[in-house]
Ligand binder design. Structure first.
Ligand code: SAJ
Length: 416
């Protein structure tokens, strides 16, 4: 089989490499010359465990190459971003998907499979993608097999989850579904679940919405408990001992390009009906301000001058600072202008990020932990000794060790 993927980001690149590992001849396409050059030189442009080694393998095998333009193939996969539109309901911006489909059309031949993996609003395949192909003269289910197969992998575990997760394959017609399922049977060991495109679209969105709503519940619990002087983290632990309860973990907010984006796609399609989903978004987007408010209280108590933020990424052990509550908190603190604000993050290479931990905390009055990187699990207190006021506010509850010389604050004891 020959495959052409469009979009070589966090999903498109590992997917392309996974197919190439399984002897599929893959051309990966991206609009960024920098990305193409880097990949053809054998270097990945994003952080994902195991991905560099996997690229080395497929380059050595000769089954993967990167290019700026699509070429003829048996199957095409579109894995490009779908951000929120800048409208009132933050609807789904399909422009990258439609432009990728238009890019592919001149290379399509009868019998090809065209798969959209990008997360899209319900009914996007029926109402937007299918008409574009029909306008180009193709009959869906006869000339071209059109499928939505949402990606569901977790950054940090992508290579494992690509193979082992169950895969939803939603075709525009039953034979489109069969054609899509054939493509993924190349390497998927999980169940291949066959459905139609609109059910696949909605299922994917509800997976991320489920998580977002549950995190909102945990975040609201943290706020309520602080008000009532109850240890929120202990409550989560206790309640989760019930066999049917699984409270999620409160934090500095919900980030990334999935959970913080996708629920709005549903809200925008049914704004009057999707009330709980919308409220969850409101609660989660309030968290960065809540953290800043509490950081301010901690600083005022000690008349502090310097804050050091630990972690800028949207979650632990990734290098992704897009849609990151940690970045939002850093930006708000800087904009407030009350303190010197420093950033430390071993996963983020930027000139404004302090690379040495001791320099980052020198004379600091508060370390504010915002991402749950492994590096923060066990703090080396000697390295933090240069702090002026020795207080740590751990919004991710990640630090496992304690020191008598440092005051350690999390959502469990913020009220104390
Ligand atoms: N978070 C919390 N509390 C929690 C769990 C997560 O505050 O209890 C925060 C994280 O810190 C982060 C955000 O939520 O800011 C999202 O992180 P995540 O690990 O839940 O998910 P993502 O965005 O990295 O990946 C999700 C996954 N979806 C689900 O688990 C349902 C992944 O499987 C999807 O493929 C991905 O979205 C996607 O691309 O849609």
């Amino acid at each position: 089989m020959k495959l052409c993927t469009v979009g070589l980001g966090y999903i498109g690149l590992p997917t392309s490499i996974m197919f190439a590992k399984h002897d599929v001849e893959v051309t990966g396409v991206d609009i960024s010359p920098r990305v193409i050059e880097s990949l053809n030189n054998g270097k990945i442009h994003l952080e994902e465990p195991g991905l560099q080694e996997a690229l080395n393998e497929v380059i050595a095998k000769g089954t993967f190459k990167a290019a700026l333009q699509p070429e003829k193939a048996d199957a095409f996969i579109v894995a490009v971003p779908t951000p929120n539109n800048n409208d009132e309901n933050k609807s789904c911006d399909l422009s990258y998907v439609l432009s990728a489909v238009n890019m592919v059309i001149p290379h399509l031949e009868k019998g090809n499979v065209l798969i959209v993996e990008s997360t899209i609003a319900p009914r996007s395949m029926d109402d937007y993608v299918k008409p574009v192909l029909e306008a180009a003269g193709y009959e869906i289910g006869k000339d071209i097999f059109l499928v939505h197969c949402p990606e569901r992998v977790l950054p940090g575990q992508i290579l494992h989850e690509l193979v082992h997760n169950n895969r939803i394959v939603g075709g525009m017609t039953p034979n489109c579904t069969e054609a899509g399922a054939m493509v993924y049977s190349t390497f998927v060991k999980g169940e291949i679940i066959k459905t139609d495109a609109k059910t696949a679209e909605m299922s994917k969105l509800m997976e991320n919405t489920f998580r977002d709503v549950n995190i909102a519940l945990a975040n609201e619990l943290a706020k309520v408990c602080n008000e009532l002087e109850i240890n929120a983290l202990e409550v989560v632990e206790m309640a989760n001992k019930h066999p049917r309860v699984n409270l999620h973990t409160p934090g500095p907010g919900v980030g990334g390009h999935c959970l913080a984006v996708d629920p709005y796609f549903i809200v925008a399609k049914a704004p009057k009906t999707a009330q709980l989903i919308n409220l969850a978004r409101t609660i989660n987007t309030s968290m960065p301000h809540y953290v800043v408010e509490n950081a301010n209280k901690l600083m005022q108590k000690v008349d502090g001058k310097i804050i050091t933020v630990f972690g800028l990424t949207y979650k632990g052990n990734v290098d992704d600072i897009r849609e990151s509550p940690a970045m939002e908190i850093y930006d708000i603190l800087k904009a407030e202008g009350k303190y010197e604000v420093r950033a430390f993050d071993p996963h983020v290479e930027q000139e404004w990020v302090v690379s040495d931990i001791k320099d980052a905390v020198q004379n600091s009055d508060l370390v504010l932990i915002l991402s749950d990187h492994n590096e923060f699990k066990e703090l080396n207190w000697d390295e933090l000794n240069g702090m002026s006021t020795k207080q740590i506010f751990d919004t991710k509850n990640i630090v496992t060790n304690r020191s008598d010389n440092f005051s350690y604050i999390n959502y469990g004891n913020l009220h104390v």
